[in-house]
Design a binder for this molecule. Structure first.
Ligand code: SAM
Length: 396
């Protein structure tokens, strides 16, 4: 796939990186110019430059980067003819379909070829991708791109309606990926195309729950098992750095104290239970409650002695203690749900001066489609029935 040479040559496909949001593919064609708001460039000037070069415009006022294409960059830059799969879904599907070097994979439809490029790289020249597209112009365009990107030996593209005509394959593929409006109509065809000598997998990509339910029914009816649906979503994390305030021994003391408080609380509860059983009348109980109020400050006073800090309840203290146990290099999860990792650079006591704290944002974005996976197990071999043993069988 694509050029592996160090330098750009005439006819190479390159990715022009203008800004983070403006990325476009270009076939280097001597005699042509590339014009953008970041300046004017001659294709012939790119020839002989190493991939990844930063190139200044002819007027000297702007610059661009010329990158070697990868499936990830192709997905970001490709000309959209349809909706496409992005890298979060592609990588999840690749992993859950167990697609690897040498895998034999079916996809339908081809669409803009975003998924196809990633799969072609994953399976390599020892694998094969059969891709199906029933829209003639899209099929032709994808075929041209696959040829231009050196994928023709890895990908076979058929202009075909898979729901009506199937895949024209029997017991051939390790996995099937369906990105179609009606995947349920292709499930039986997919079953026929999948290998029967090993466990194989299917994934159907559908944007709404009604489609998922129909697909699940079709998968069940066709004898697929382990049917599971996933959704890949983007969850951002806020990261901040906070100072580490306490030493190991301080934290140990606090934990011990928290444990003592818990124990006293437990004993008080037991004592209160006994009292109410022994003396059910309200008057004496009132006096005991007054005594209890005296017990708790005595314990927390010890925690407070010398520091002059506000007294903490035992629950507050436990929270504060747990949320700071990060000095030992482990990532720990505090009671507020934040994940903490230690920051390099010790302070005067040999502890990290700061730790990085990350907290997941409540908002989750990025719904594309639901991914329904299922497994097809090889059929159980039907051995001829052996004669059942007659020994010990009661005679009729
Ligand atoms: N996965 C592709 C990608 O990442 O670029 C995008 C696929 S696009 C959403 C769906 C494609 O399936 C369309 O191009 C459509 O023409 C094609 N399609 C729909 N029904 C089909 C069928 N029954 N047989 C073959 N292709 C079909």
């Amino acid at each position: 796939m694509w050029s592996t040479a160090r330098e750009i040559a005439a006819g190479d496909t390159v990715i022009i990186w203008l800004t983070r949001d403006v990325i476009q593919p270009l076939v280097v064609t001597p005699g042509k110019d590339f014009n953008s708001k970041f300046g004017n460039y001659r294709h012939s000037d790119f020839i002989g430059m190493p991939f990844g070069s930063k190139v200044g415009s002819r007027s000297g006022k702007g610059f661009i980067h010329i990158l070697r294409p990868t499936p990830e960059l192709w997905t970001m830059a490709l000309p959209h003819r349809t909706q496409i799969l992005y890298i979060a879904d592609i990588s999840f599907i690749t992993s859950y379909l167990d697609i690897r070097r040498g895998s034999r994979v079916i996809e339908a439809g081809t669409g803009s070829g975003s998924f196809s490029h990633s799969i072609a790289r994953s399976i390599g020249p020892s694998g094969h991708l059969w891709s199906y597209e029933f829209h003639e112009v899209r099929a032709q365009k994808a075929r041209e791109e696959f040829a231009q990107h050196g994928m023709s030996d890895i990908v076979t593209l058929a202009h075909q309606n898979v729901c009506k005509d199937g895949f024209n394959l029997t017991d051939a593929a390790d996995s099937v990926f369906l990105d179609l409006p009606a995947p349920w109509d292709a499930v039986e065809h997919a079953k026929q195309a999948l290998r029967k000598d090993r466990t194989t997998r299917i994934c159907c990509f559908s944007p709404c729950m009604e489609q998922v339910l129909r697909t699940v029914s079709a998968l069940n009816e066709a004898g697929f098992s382990d049917i599971t649906m996933y959704e890949t979503l983007v969850r951002s994390h806020d990261v901040a750095q906070v100072p580490v305030l306490q030493s190991v021994s301080e934290i140990g003391d606090k934990l011990k104290k928290a444990e003592e408080i818990r124990e006293i609380k437990r004993l008080r509860q037991i004592a209160a239970g006994q009292r109410s059983r022994e003396n059910p009348h309200g008057e004496k109980r009132k006096r005991d409650d007054a005594m209890e109020v005296e017990v708790l400050p005595t314990v927390t006073e010890a925690e407070d002695s010398g520091s002059g800090k506000r007294l903490k309840t035992d629950d507050e203290m436990t929270d504060a203690t747990l949320s700071r146990i990060t000095h030992d290099g482990d990532v720990s999860r505090s009671l507020d749900g934040a994940t903490r990792t230690p920051h390099t650079g010790p302070n005067h006591s040999g502890l990290p001066a700061k730790i990085s704290v990350s907290k997941a944002a409540a908002e989750v974005r990025g719904h594309t489609s639901y991914l329904t996976f299922a497994t097809l197990l090889p059929p159980i071999p039907t051995a001829p029935l052996e004669d059942a043993p007659t020994e010990g069988r009661p005679s009729s």
